[in-house]
Design a protein around this ligand. Sequence first.
Ligand code: ZN
Length: 480
Amino acid sequence: MRKIICAAVGAAILCSALGLTACKKQEDGRTLYTLRGEYFPEERKLSAQMTVDFTSPAALSEIKFELWPNAYREGARYAPVSSLFSRTAYYGGTSYGEIDVTGMTGADGFSIGGEDQNILTASFSEPLEAGERAQIGVSFEVDLALVDHRLGVTRHGVNLGNFYPVLCNYGENGFEEYVYASSGDPFVSACADYDVTLTVPDEYVLISGFAAETSAENGKTAYHVCAENVRDVAFVLGTGYSSVSAEKNGVPITYYYYGDPAPEDTLSVAAESFAYYADSFGEYAYPQYTVAETDFVFGGMEYPALSMISSSLRTDDRRLAVAHETAHQWWYAMVGSNQFEHAWQDEGLAEYSSLLFFEHTPDLGISYADLVSESERSYRAFFSVYSQVAGEADTSMDRPLTAFSGDYEYRNIAYDKGVILLDRVRQVTGEKRFMQALREYKRAYEGKIASPESFIGCFSRAGANVGALFSSFTDGLCVI
Ligand SMILES: [Zn+2]
């Protein structure tokens, strides 16, 4: 047994000191992250202690964590934003951030390495046994860049996404190490429980996907959040927010905004799309759903129970982003996939689900047929340009994010070709079997990371033989 204050005990001590209630004990076997942090705006720094209470899946002499904040550092090989979007994202000019791991308990040593200073390794002189429960304490400080992205000080507030060391996904070949990518979401992580307390100056409000209990002291507010069975947790800090709320399928839905000229419209799209997905694909897993307007270089970003939506969007673009990010609650948050290796399975399906919603909701005036045509037009233009410039266009879909030449290729392959593929699959299978397959996908793989074969297998189980159709698209052989 390695010496460290047990996470549950640590959380209880912390919470009672702040007058907050500790989260209820985790289910056996699931990893529990207990994180206590404070944000210091003058220094653009988050300082935190975290305990990871986890069950070793095998005999292990090392445990590995992803250090996503290091992608923002000077000299990073895999920067979080491409040169195309750099100027827009880094609104104040060049800016850097990073994570500094200042200490570890519960292991015999630690090091930072990986392909791009992206991996924290905790090592044990005496290996953990399979099934052994271990508690690793990590102290760290995150310096935030001035950037309108997942993690950074934005023009209006602070985005706290992927801000802490998170366990690398443990797959067939052990811990998987992924680098950041400027196109796509490189995050692959198993579901876990979280007990998070973040202290911020009073002028900020903390927006979370989960209900927060607050405790005020000396001009600061501590927010305590419990999140169960989620792939990660993220927050938005800001000032001057208003909110509007609705309820669908028994779930409270809240939209926090500060510049949106039509907040009721945005809330309505969030709520209606939420209800459509819940009715069509299966029940939502979390106690509430939150949408937050924030400064963001792309349209938005999904986290469990929380969607970030860019403040720069208006009318139809905002509706498209909200419906897309809300679909990710089903296809990312609940049903995970390896979005680093098979981005189409995540993005193509989320985008196509939003098309189904718009088809179901004609009042919004966004036509399914127009959206499919737009994807076809865009994809054909991409194919033509790449064929002419490079002599040939690589249209394969199953490839790592780092194998895309840039945002244009990524967008056309993962989103547009993904939409065209699923449109064709639906034509072949028919409406009933298509929707049955998506319900089966949600039912069978909720809380897991599903392979493309598992996804395609759901259509076979629904009685549709579409394996060859999928592979003609993913292998890059079919002509569109
Ligand atoms: Zn997406």
